[in-house]
Design a protein around this ligand. Structure first.
Ligand SMILES: [Zn+2]
Length: 403
């Protein structure tokens, strides 16, 4: 599916001729979309908030909310009296009726979640894999997760965060190096297996959308997300909660920008990529081969102690991350750079001084806009982002059935 930008509310033009029936339907659909989008981004908004955010008339918002209540998509409640003058404005909450199944296949397990409007994760489950899963293993896991998480009731669709390059038009995984997959039609296979509409995107694209809408990038106009994991550095870019990653969605691969011309060979075929110089495996080795679960406390101890070879490795990696971020700032002019995984652990324990030294040499204007923050959504990040692959179409036309 093609990503859609948020639907702006439509206002009947003053003095224009009466709109025709189909124009009125379109107007109503767009206004419903604007109200539900506002509830999605801030659950518990009051009707007064919705009136302000959509720019629609108060009575129009009241009628639109009533229509969404009748459809079972939202509920209203009255906050406790504040003692102020006038009646309190009812708060509008999304119900659990809009449900999306999300899937995230990884090396050791396929993770599933049931996600509702407002980025709420209603349930989670995982199916473990003894070896890197084949596409058939993931199909079997998907059926099991659907039966466990959503045995009854309708699903609006299935959103998949895939660990590889994804052709977003077709739902094909072009290559997933760590799973050993090449050109797997994952979206069509899952749609047939689950008898439901399926949308697939790269996991970093799901992460950037989740952080931009509900996490550390909330409210920022251009968000860059970089996640450091066991298999490398995933990257993506979003504007207004929509990934802006090129013609087929293959862009945003900041992990493969050149940071060192005499650097190590990368699995992508190039040398000196960010993810070969800034690597969790190299960091764990420098810290004395500690397990990944001990990474952050060990980093904190090393940083607090006197200078050591481990501290030198921490600073070397932060320096190369800074080289990449200077390019990111000059090319993309982000307002927020969100770091996740071990990149966040590096910044939380060592601070941003090494990054700031490089960012200070980015071009003026862009460098003043950029702020480096750590990811906020934790374990639910990819479920929230993958659900948005389906919810963006629900939000664009709230009363459609989706099938
Ligand atoms: Zn590379």
């Amino acid at each position: 599916m093609t990503p859609r930008p948020p639907t702006p509310p439509a206002h009947p033009a003053g003095g224009a001729p009466d709109p025709s029936g189909s124009d009125r339907d379109d107007l109503r659909r767009r206004n419903l979309a604007a109200v539900l989008q506002a509830v999605h981004l801030r659950d518990g908004s009051t009707r007064a908030d919705l009136t302000r955010e959509t720019g629609l008339h108060r009575s129009t918002v009241r009628a639109l909310v009533a229509e969404l209540v009748r459809a079972g998509i939202v509920t209203e409640d009255l906050p406790a009296p504040s003692g102020g003058v006038g009646r309190p404005s009812p708060r509008v909450h999304a119900t659990d009726a809009t449900r999306v199944l999300t899937l995230h296949p990884e090396l050791d397990a396929t993770h599933g979640a049931l996600v509702g409007l407002g980025g709420r994760v209603l349930a989670r489950a995982r199916v473990p894999h003894d070896a890197p899963p084949t596409p058939d293993d993931v199909l079997a896991a998907a059926r099991e997760l659907r039966d466990r998480l959503a045995p009854t009731g309708p699903l609006r669709g299935v959103g998949v965060a895939a660990p590889g390059l994804v052709d977003r038009r077709t739902g094909h995984v072009v290559v997933a190096p760590h799973l050993g997959w090449r050109d797997v039609p994952l979206g069509p296979l899952l749609a047939a297996a689950l008898d439901a509409p399926v949308t697939v995107d790269n996991d970093a694209n799901c992460g950037v959308v989740a952080e931009a809408l509900f996490g550390a990038g909330r409210g920022a106009r251009a968000v860059v997300y970089l996640n450091g994991g066991a298999s490398g550095i995933g990257g993506s870019v979003a504007d207004g909660g929509t990934p802006t990653v090129g013609a087929h969605g293959f862009g945003g691969e900041i992990g493969h920008t050149l940071v060192r011309s005499d650097g190590r060979p990368c699995h992508c075929g190039a040398d000196g990529c960010l993810e070969t110089e800034v690597s969790r495996a190299r960091l764990l080795a420098a810290l004395g081969d500690v397990p990944a679960s001990e990474l952050e406390p060990t980093l904190a101890r090393v940083v607090a102690a006197r200078p050591s070879t481990a501290l030198a490795e921490i600073d070397r990696q932060l320096g190369y991350l800074g080289v990449a971020l200077r390019t990111v700032v000059n090319v993309l002019n982000p307002e927020r750079i969100v770091l996740g995984g071990f990149l966040a652990a590096l910044v939380r324990t060592r601070g941003t001084a090494a990054l700031d030294a490089h960012l200070a040499r980015a071009l003026p204007g862009a460098r003043e806009d950029a702020r480096v923050v750590t990811a906020a959504l934790g374990a639910d990040l990819l479920a929230v982002g993958a659900a948005q692959l389906v919810l963006r179409d629900v939000l664009a036309d709230p009363l459609s059935t989706g099938r």
